[in-house]
Design a protein around this ligand. Structure first.
Ligand SMILES: Cc1cc2nc3c(=O)[nH]c(=O)nc-3n(C[C@H](O)[C@H](O)[C@H](O)COP(=O)(O)OP(=O)(O)OC[C@H]3O[C@@H](n4cnc5c(N)ncnc54)[C@H](O)[C@@H]3O)c2cc1C
Length: 422
């Protein structure tokens, strides 16, 4: 069976890997010059079942109104994005009803936890290199109201699903001495020992090489212009240079660009780009090394150690279409967050050593990824992972590969298919 995977971000490469391991003949087509050079390039690097809640929690519309027009807001909608967002936005708000929100959260949590398991399997199977750090993620709270919300949320997630530990300010510093300078500003926090950290770009590069060794073909600089279909069945793809490649199955894992690629076949995918920023800096050698990822929910962002030598600050959400300009205000937000969490480190790091980046998360209106078949025979989707694409990559790849190959399904994908939007 020849399977084409369109897109070599963290979702495409994981799917290609598991398809190859299951015995499929796989070709990955990627328009860029290497793996994971778009949204999977410099994300916040956390694999977090603890963050499974979709963004549209009950009452999100109040937050949107509060943030409207505030350039520093963690969640920002730019006026230019409004027309394209109308129908998507209606569905986004509809899914903030408590019952729907809980169903969607549970779906994400299940896939995140499955994915953490599959990452473990991958590490033992391949020795894939990505600066993996399994020491957990911390969340810090600056007032008692945040602590209360945190406790309620943890109870809601369930201790059997997301192990968590409440921390006092002294407990935070004991676990993470690099936070000593802000101890007095903290009301407390939470520690999620099962969450992980790793570099998604390095992972994708490394897994690509492993997949190649096992027989997968990767073509970079190969932009897919059209998915070819006839009588309701997929035939293959046509590249920008006119070349046609036949396939029995096509998986479109093209991130935010997926809807454009499949529209001509009558497949409507409600995914829109949600821009986020990151800042990658060197870790100052003379200060205590940050040992854990630290989340600050107020900023919708995290400060994350990558290996021994780098710190990455990533997050914030902006609906502004496909615009990839680096807005100085949004970059300044992340510099402020770094200074708010690690003031002494921030003082030591030269602004010119801070690498700013932005990417477009493929966001679905219910906050759950879209994985599985479409109404076109042989055409599958793997997109819409929003803020959880790295956390869900291995699980998505394995579950989709099993569905395509027709193997016994370890992780049923029914609740994730496009058909839920019919
Ligand atoms: C600031 C920020 C922080 C984040 N932090 C986290 C985090 O901490 N944890 C987490 O789990 N997730 C995080 N995410 C989300 C995560 O990065 C994404 O969900 C994930 O990268 C999406 O992967 P993807 O493979 O679907 O898309 P992409 O990485 O965008 O890959 C799609 C690929 O398809 C290619 N492509 C598109 N069109 C075509 C075409 N026509 N022909 C050929 N190739 C094509 C693109 O070039 C691209 O390489 C973050 C995102 C951002 C922006």
């Amino acid at each position: 069976m020849h399977v084409i995977v369109v897109g070599c971000g963290v979702i495409g490469v994981s799917t290609a890997w598991f398809l190859t391991r299951a015995g499929a003949d796989v070709t990955v087509l990627e328009r860029r010059e290497g793996p994971a050079l778009e949204t999977s390039f410099a994300n916040a690097s956390m694999l977090t079942p603890s963050l499974s809640a979709p963004w549209n929690s009950p009452g999100v519309w109040l937050k949107l109104i509060k943030f409207l027009g505030r350039k520093e807001a963690a969640l920002l909608v730019r006026p230019a994005a409004f027309p394209a967002l109308l129908y998507w936005g209606y569905r986004f708000l509809r899914n903030s009803q408590p019952v729907r929100h809980e169903i969607n959260l549970r779906k994400n949590l299940k896939l995140c936890n499955y994915s953490i398991d599959k990452m473990k399997e991958l590490r033992s199977d391949t020795a894939v290199e990505y600066e993996a750090d399994l020491s957990g993620v911390m969340e810090v709270c600056r007032d008692q109201a945040d602590m209360k919300r945190g406790r309620e949320h943890i109870r809601f997630l369930g201790a059997d699903q997301v192990p968590a530990e409440e921390l006092t300010p002294a407990g935070i510093v004991e676990l993470e001495p690099a936070l000593e300078p802000i101890r007095r500003e903290l009301a407390g926090g939470f520690y999620f020992p099962a969450d992980e950290v790793g570099d998604a770009h390095k992972f994708s590069r490394s897994l690509q090489r492993h997949a190649e060794r096992h027989g997968a073909r990767f073509r970079f600089g190969a932009s897919v212009q059209e998915i070819l279909g006839q009588q309701g069945s997929v035939q293959g793809v046509r590249l920008g240079n006119g070349e046609e490649i036949e396939a029995n199955e096509v998986v479109v894992a093209a991130g935010s660009y997926t809807p454009r690629l499949v529209k001509a076949l009558g497949v409507r995918v409600p995914v829109c780009p949600a821009k986020g920023y990151s800042l990658t800096t060197p870790m100052p050698e003379e200060l205590p090394r940050l040992g854990h990822a630290v989340l600050d929910d107020g900023y919708k962002a995290g400060v994350v150690p990558l290996g021994a030598s780098r710190i990455r600050v990533g997050g914030t959400v902006e609906f502004t279409g496909f615009n990839l300009d680096l807005s100085p205000e949004r970059v300044a937000n992340l510099r402020n967050l770094l200074a708010g969490v690690l003031p002494r480190h921030a003082e030591q790091i030269d602004v010119k050593d801070m690498q700013a980046w932005c990417g477009l998360r493929p966001a679905s209106p219910d906050g759950v990824p879209i994985i599985g078949p479409t109404q076109v025979q042989g055409l599958s989707l793997a997109t819409g992972h929003g803020h959880l694409g790295w956390s869900m990559a291995a699980g998505t790849g394995k579950a989709l590969a099993q569905q395509i190959i027709g193997e016994g399904q370890e992780f049923p994908l029914e609740g994730y298919a496009l058909a839920r939007f019919d």
